[in-house]
Design a protein around this ligand. Structure first.
Ligand code: ATP
Ligand code: LTN
Length: 326
């Protein structure tokens, strides 16, 4: 059984982009693979966040993991900060990562763009090293993520290769696994930008009121043409709505084109709104019952214990390889 690992930062309410690009895909791995899914709370500290908000977000994220269908008996679900091996391996790996390659990371460039150098935390700069530690600790071969994280997984591969070149076969080479449709869901208000947690006008939040969801989809920015056709360059708005529809219905983009041939944008948008609201309604109901069950903390505690035993073994391997006393 191959190991699968992925994580999401508890930096805000999850969006439909997080759901389609990552969360929705996680449960499928748990039957065939040994699956590790975590809450990247240490990563959430790389940009300013209120402590109470962080705690609440982490809890909600755990509840959404369960609501999306992760079974804690099959998937090890845990909080990154509760497995100290992440921070330890991070410390070791920072010595093998280069300033130049960190500075080239698109996410770092975007998130630090508007800030003065004095206001950019070092954690934001070394973010991908911690992410590499997350992945390498579990010998993960498969890393399901959205398109924006592909570069970080590539960097993880470079680091693993560099480390192994020097110390022998210590680390397992991971690979990013992107969904064919929906690896990059775009903003509804500006379909040339990624849908993001920090853009409430252009995003749909998983816990959002369904009337508001419907309104946002019906008023999503599109072009002045009338044909429902997939063409990212000419028709980014319609293409994005097609992606959302195709992902949730689990059908191909060609199939979406055929289904809506001859129909107006208004009719198509209504169908998209229906499918999104239906999915979110189910998710929100499951989320409510999971919160009411009071099981979240127990699941995370048990998950941290399982994660620790795997992560500590890898950490020992790494320590031995570099010459640290065990
Ligand atoms: P932010 O929006 O604050 O920059 P984020 O949502 O990109 O953060 P995470 O919450 O850690 O960051 O992302 C979790 C997962 O969701 C990652 O696998 C990421 O690639 C994926 N993801 C995020 N946004 C999108 C999107 N718009 N389309 C597809 N996948 C996405
Ligand atoms: N960097 C990711 C979150 C993340 C992650 C990971 C994803 C942290 N560690 C390990 C996959 C594997 C993000 O910003 N979306």
């Amino acid at each position: 059984m191959a190991r699968v690992l992925s994580g999401i930062k508890p930096t805000g309410t999850l969006t439909l982009g997080n759901y389609i690009g990552a969360l929705k895909r996680f449960p499928a791995f748990q039957t065939l693979h040994n699956s590790f899914i975590f809450i990247a709370d240490l990563h959430a500290l790389t940009l300013p966040i209120d402590p109470e908000v962080l705690k609440k977000n982490a809890f909600d994220l755990a509840a959404f993991y369960l609501a999306a269908g992760l079974d804690p008996e099959k998937t090890t679900l845990f909080l990154q900060s509760q497995v100290s091996a992440h921070a330890e391996l991070n410390t070791i790996l920072t010595n093998y990562a280069y300033m130049g390659e960190m500075a080239r990371m698109t996410q770092f460039k975007e998130k630090s763009e508007a800030k003065k150098e004095q206001a950019i935390g070092l954690g934001l700069f070394t973010y991908p090293v911690l992410m590499a530690a997350d992945i390498l600790l579990y010998d993960a071969e498969i890393v399901p993520v959205g398109e924006d994280q592909r570069q970080h997984v590539e960097l993880t591969r470079d680091l693993a290769q560099r480390f192994n070149h020097r110390y022998g076969d210590v680390l397992v080479m991971p690979k990013a696994e992107l969904s064919k449709v929906g690896a990059r869901v775009m903003s509804l208000s500006d379909p040339t930008k990624k849908m993001s947690k920090s853009d409430p006008k252009g995003n749909i939040e998983l816990s959002e009121d369904l009337a508001s969801v419907r309104k946002k989809i019906m008023s999503a920015v599109t072009d002045s043409d009338t044909i429902v056709r997939y063409d990212v360059a000419q028709k980014p708005g319609i293409s994005n709505l097609m992606t959302i529809y195709a992902s949730l219905k689990e059908i191909s983009l060609e199939n979406v084109e055929k289904t809506f041939a001859g129909q107006t944008y208004g009719m198509f948008k209504k169908a998209v709104a229906d499918v999104v609201c239906e999915e979110l309604q189910q998710l929100q109901e499951r989320y409510q019952s999971i919160v009411a069950s009071g099981l979240v903390h127990h699941v995370l505690k048990q998950g941290a214990q399982r994660a620790q035993s795997i992560a500590n073994a890898t950490l020992q391997r790494v320590k031995a390889a570099v010459g640290l006393w065990l």
